[in-house]
Write a protein that binds this ligand. Structure first.
Ligand SMILES: NC(=O)c1ccc[n+]([C@@H]2O[C@H](COP(=O)([O-])OP(=O)(O)OC[C@H]3O[C@@H](n4cnc5c(N)ncnc54)[C@H](O)[C@@H]3O)[C@@H](O)[C@H]2O)c1
Length: 386
């Protein structure tokens, strides 16, 4: 498929004085800015004031992020004249469920929070998805702002408006498309991420290179050491490019009717792996990295991608230090059953977006289950060989 994000991207504004990059997600009246920069969390209050948001704010965050960054964001909001209610939840994927959402609704109601409020997600993708789901549903929808603090959230999950929670029978099965009013991505916060969380975010970074931008893939490969070390300049460039690419896709297909499906590369196998490990063994980003190995092999098996590109993709993924075991019993049959019930499968057939070369990918296409089984066996061997 022909995609040219370079040409059709909305113009990028660079505010040099504050070393702040602004990227716009162009969605007509619902367009919104993504601010990327070191220390920008301390300008959250000014940014919300400029957007003329109501005086009441509610920050949803988790215990780890609260300890690190809640005071900064709260101070910035209070200084700009906002009142702040902070709701702090335990960390982790297991919180992204209806029970936790219900507890948050209760807290909002007990505090008599009305519709004139801005819900601010301060944290990683878990907090972003959950708080966004609350914002989309509380009193039929209230203002929403994202302050992502993991690499994965800054380069991917905070942009594009997918919000939601998990159901025991499937990941992200309950949710909405609900765009934030702005995204405030402070690259400084990435310094405190564990190595494991850095790797998780790199999965999505590499994904953008494979699906949309061969030059960016080269750049990530070249600068990998600096990026893994979260070197500020390297990470700011990477975050900005990923956000531009995501903004490009979301602006063209907000509700995943066609083009947006390409963002699911690595996720069909990845979600099945996450579910097989009951969301405890593998983190989302790790599962996506492993999923990309299996799905690239699938493309190679179907003679869609050259061996050389398969090897380059395997090399870069191996270089970011993958988990050396799945952490659960690997069953090809069970994984295939899970993929069949994934919301991306159509008419009971498992669909994949498959790379044709680095920088170019197909729209979703059905693949027969025997070939999928081969790719899963290949992945199993690959992980054993790490
Ligand atoms: N909505 C979307 O478009 C989209 C896209 C991709 C992934 N996701 C979702 O995102 C979630 C994964 O997100 P994640 O990887 O950010 O996980 P996460 O939110 O669980 O964060 C990972 C861990 O890092 C900690 N943390 C966060 N920021 C930190 C910081 N600056 N310093 C130190 N520790 C920090 C958190 O407390 C948590 O323990 C999954 O639920 C996935 O489904 C959503």
């Amino acid at each position: 498929m022909k995609i040219n994000p370079q040409k059709s991207n909305p113009p990028r504004r660079t505010l040099k004085a504050r070393r702040l990059k602004t990227i716009t997600v162009a969605l007509g009246k619902r367009s919104y800015p993504i601010y990327i920069g070191a220390g920008v969390r301390n300008s959250a209050g000014k940014i919300l004031k400029r957007l003329r948001l109501p005086k009441q704010t509610v920050i949803v965050t988790d215990t780890i992020v609260a300890r690190l960054y809640l005071d900064d964001v709260r101070r910035s909001l209070v200084e700009a004249g906002f009142s702040v209610l902070a709701i702090v939840i335990p960390q982790g994927e297991s919180q992204k469920n209806l029970r936790r959402a219900d507890a948050i609704y209760t807290e909002l109601l007990r505090n008599r929070i009305g519709r004139k409020v801005t819900i601010i997600a301060l944290g990683g993708g878990v907090v972003g998805d959950l708080a966004g789901f609350i914002a989309a549903t509380y009193q039929r929808g209230v203002n929403f702002v994202q302050i992502p603090t993991t690499l994965l959230a800054q380069v991917d999950s905070s942009v594009g408006g997918k919000v939601g929670i998990n159901h025991p029978l499937g990941k992200n099965m309950i949710g909405a498309f609900y765009q934030p009013l702005c995204v405030i991505a402070d690259t400084e916060t990435l310094q405190t991420l564990s190595e494991r969380e850095r790797v998780c975010g790199l999965g999505e970074v590499i994904k953008y290179g494979i699906i949309l931008d061969a030059k960016f893939f080269d750049h990530v490969q070249k600068d990998l050491a600096d990026i893994i070390a979260m070197q500020p300049a390297a990470i700011a460039r990477v975050a900005a490019r990923c956000c531009e690419l995501k903004a490009y896709v979301v602006s063209r297909d907000e509700k995943e009717e066609n083009l947006r499906a390409i963002l699911n590369f690595g996720h069909t196998v990845g979600h099945a792996l996450e579910q097989a490990g009951h969301f405890r063994s593998l983190k989302h980003g790790e599962a996506v990295l492993l999923g990309m190995i299996a799905e690239t092999f699938l493309a190679h098996r179907l003679k869609m991608i050259a061996e050389a590109d398969l090897r380059r993709i395997e090399d870069i993924i191996t270089a970011v230090s993958l988990p050396r075991s799945f952490g659960f019993v690997f069953s090809v049959r069970k994984l295939i059953d899970t993929m069949r019930s994934d919301k991306k499968s159509l008419g009971g057939k498992i669909h994949f977006v498959l790379p044709q070369k680095i920088g170019k990918i197909t729209l979703p296409m059905p693949v027969n289950e025997e070939t999928v089984a081969d790719a899963l066996r290949y992945l199993n061997q690959f992980v054993k060989g790490l």
